[in-house]
Design a protein around this ligand. Sequence first.
Ligand code: AMP
Length: 280
Amino acid sequence: MKILRSIEDTRATVQAWHKKGETVALVPTMGYLHQGHLSLVKIAKENADHVLVSVFVNPTQFGPNEDFDKYPRDFEHDESLCNQAGVDGIFYPTKELTYAEDHSTWVQEENLSKTLCGVTRPIHFRGVATVCLKLFNITQCQVAVFGRKDAQQALIIARMVRDLNVPIKIIKAPLIREEDGLARSSRNKYLSKSEHQQALALSRAVFKAKKLFDAGERSSSVLLDAAHSEIDPSGGIIDYVEIMSQRALRPIATITEPALLAVAVKYGKTRLIDNVFLEV
Ligand code: AMP
């Protein structure tokens, strides 16, 4: 497995594969990898000849009072997991390599990024879209895999690729959970034992609503009440509990098109998200 620390090495590696007619799938991550990330690697392997994982805690997607400085990092662990998973290369750039000091060009998706996490994290998706386009340009990948854990992010990247005619196939991979139901996340490391127990309300909430949806319920308010009945007593501070159309990420009263039930709640200092796709 190659450790690629420069843009030149990454391009040269990929060009050698392309010369042989071989394809590349990219899995963009911020590292501190877990089974959720590895599930993306598995899907990437099934969809291309080679898999690159990028590990980069992207400063431009963190707001001033967010956790950029304390975001967990463990490159040795990431390297060993990628090795075991059969990854061909890790692209591991520095901030200086990724952003020129006078960087001034941004990718701003202007619709899907305005709701849900975009309300409390106003610069987040601009940072995500910009770094993803940079990573696509650096790695020259044909496929990129994103997790439905970050459903809004996956929808925004798919929209960017469509709108800007980026010649890459975006695959949305299922959300992977811990055995107790909590959505796997690098940020789960921040949770105390009791916060972890409280946070199980998130998965209970989305499962409860999904069960009602599967039984035929199509009223968003009924489904949201069901979700709230789990989250409200859990002690977390709710950022949002919403049902949105997948097409526009705007609230819908009755689910007559593919929708997304998404929640964001803070336990202690840790903001967690969870979701379920509501599709007939
Ligand atoms: P992150 O390192 O948190 O930025 O995530 C990198 C990629 O892994 C994103 O596409 C995430 O959606 C995906 N991912 C993170 N956690 C999970 C999970 N529990 N299930 C599926 N995908 C995930």
